[in-house]
Write a protein that binds this ligand. Sequence first.
Ligand code: 6GP
Length: 816
Amino acid sequence: MTPKQQHAFDKSAFKISMVQHLTQLGHAPDTAQLRDWYLALGRALAEHTTSDLVATEHDQAIKQAKSVNYLSLEFLIGRLTGNNLISMGLYDAIADAVSELGLGLTDLLEQERDPSLGNGGLGRLAACFMDSLAAQQYPAVGYGLHYEYGLFRQSFHEGAQQEAPDAWREPEGYPWELVRPELSQIIGFYGHVEVVEEAGHTYRQWVPSLKIQAMPWDLPIVGYQSNTVYPLRLWEGRALTPFALDAFNAGDYTHAQQADIDAGNLTKVLYPNDNHDAGKTLRLMQQYFHSAASVADILRRHLEAGHALAALPEYETIQLNDTHPTIAIPELMRVLLDDYRLGWDEAWSIASRTFAYTNHTLLPEALETWSEALIARLLPRHMEIIFEINHRFMQEVEAKWPDDVAKKQVLSVIDDKGERMVRMANLCVVGSYAVNGVAALHSQLVKRDLFPEFDALYPGRIQNVTNGITPRRWLKFCNPDLSNLISEKIGEQWPAQLEQLEQIAQYADDTAFQKIFMDVKKRNKQRLAGWVKEHLDITLNTDAIFDVQIKRLHEYKRQHLNLLHVISLYQRLLNEPDFDMAPRVVFFAAKAAPGYELAKSIIYAINKVAETINNDPRVGDKLKVVFIPDYRVSMAEIIIPAADVSEQISMAGKEASGTGNMKMALNGALTIGTMDGANVEIREEVGDDNIYIFGLDVDGVSELRQKGYQPEAVYHSQPLLKAALDSLLDETFTPGQPGALRPVFDSVMGSGDPYLCLADFADYVRAHNDIDRDYRDASQWARKAILNTALVGKFSSDRSIRDYVNNIWQLEAIKR
Ligand code: 6GP
């Protein structure tokens, strides 16, 4: 890819522009605060991205090309300013310009509040994908929701998680966003379906009783070194003015009232559940609102570009990020059937060649189902269409497997055991031309365990696209020292061609390079230690192993397994005079969904254990435990470059992919992990010597289950484990409050240990001992760290996007 003709940058004009924006914000240069200057900087820069956004939107070549529409309820974009500067190629120039105004660029960038419009992996992946689409100039629009409050802000009170609302937009607004009232839509809810007769035909027409305006806000997704800027279009719910009283009849009005929903709170807040379906009515309303507004906007673009409706699949593809936007499928059908009056077959042919679906989890509690009764009430016409889709689909199943009731039961879109529920994943597979999992192992399990019958019915439909991460944010921006070192060795192309990092492997045994590489790591550890000192007042030894587990708090991710290891280290330090270990700092960062009690108990336990260990003079700086509050993208940008060890310890078969594993390996951390998700492929790339694999694999897990698993037997046979567990029951970590950590004990003992923490404990300890041994050999460790950075080029999200483009979307890059 040739770097773009960068816009000519006029430093003095830019400074004038910044001061003008500052003035418009009501501030004078001599008294303005840093925050005011940051807003002025953002707005001055956004002038450039807005003009590129509009130019991209009007580009004839793009209008005549095929686009992907990435539909996601979550985009965890993180701060935009620093990354946009890198993409625009203006980082150094702006640093220079603001310094002439007496400002430091990094201080200004620190002022930005993260837009936390997502929970975890699924939302962050969507953000990396938008970055890679723009970098490679594959025409794309991201569609999401403009939540007034993002993921809650986390703090701790005496060790317990507290949640506060995240008002990510400053009162002045977020400087990068652009409201597009001319593109707003009206979205209906509730009401009834009427039959209309016209020219001898009857049609069905939905008459909603509640209407809400969808107002789009565009965030600029700036292509790395190109003039391409695609919109991330986020819909905000607004009351219609004037209020559409006529749309209400008395009965429906009451309905709407009962649901306690109004336009104002539709997009008020992001649901804080990761890998969990809470089944709330307002959530389904958000999903429909998002889908309907996005489908309407896609059709508008398609028709305005002069294309025929029937040609939709040739010009637009719609990627569904998990099942959250599934309702887009019946919505497109409704529009084609009722508004454009196509016949069923024609409408279905269009819709089923337009949608593709990505599955992000096998966890049963995350597989969405909605009650048929709820859908029928909220979206009566859509429920009719879902029935018709299923009716025709059941005929297909009958043709393939005559008289096979069991097959129909598992495949049906409607689950009629108990309350009748709509299975959104089934609807997705039926209505999509491609389905994919997010890592090789996960996709295999999707075929083998989740959808074996679908795989038999539609061979080839279920595919794999291994996840990836954007190297611009997750190396170039967050780790400038390592980036510069790499560029000195292999040139400047790697951020767009990450496979080139392989050339670094030749320096893995070069002691001079090892030293420089580990010096960079050391500086990154010092930066993190500085943050910890300033914010948590804990002093860290930066020679220690920085052992890091950062991700949502979930039982299947097994932060409590890590905790048991920490406790066992502590006990050995106290009880075994001969026990020696390399100093270690164990970092945790994780938010628990507010309604997830056990996850909150695990956080509490980690905090209590940390407090005890960190204040025990007998431990010194051999062991420290740090729980960094309010984990978010901008915090990850500080932690990841400083990690020596990356904890990826989910029970095998549960973590679909993981992406933090990729980020840490890229920044020279060694993974301790199970044979789960993308760990399997990381191991393939870096080699067995450069990763610490432990525990049961997927087959081992099912064999153990079949044999009959007895956690109590493991407990009684392993003294180290038993002592660690027992300490959760006494006052070791909660003086005066024995039993305060019992929920964590109970989660593995007496409840069957659903995620096999005890079964994997011994081998986990063994793997950590290997790490301890290897870390003490500085040169060997450096070699392994360098090889991790060098050999994970595969995990660039540019490669993921190319896989989607070549195997699923079939579209062309349009270079501007
Ligand atoms: C996550 C998966 O848990 C994670 O393994 C994967 O890396 C990520 O998606 C991106 O594919 N899934 C979710 O966050 C989720 O809520 C419904 O799935």
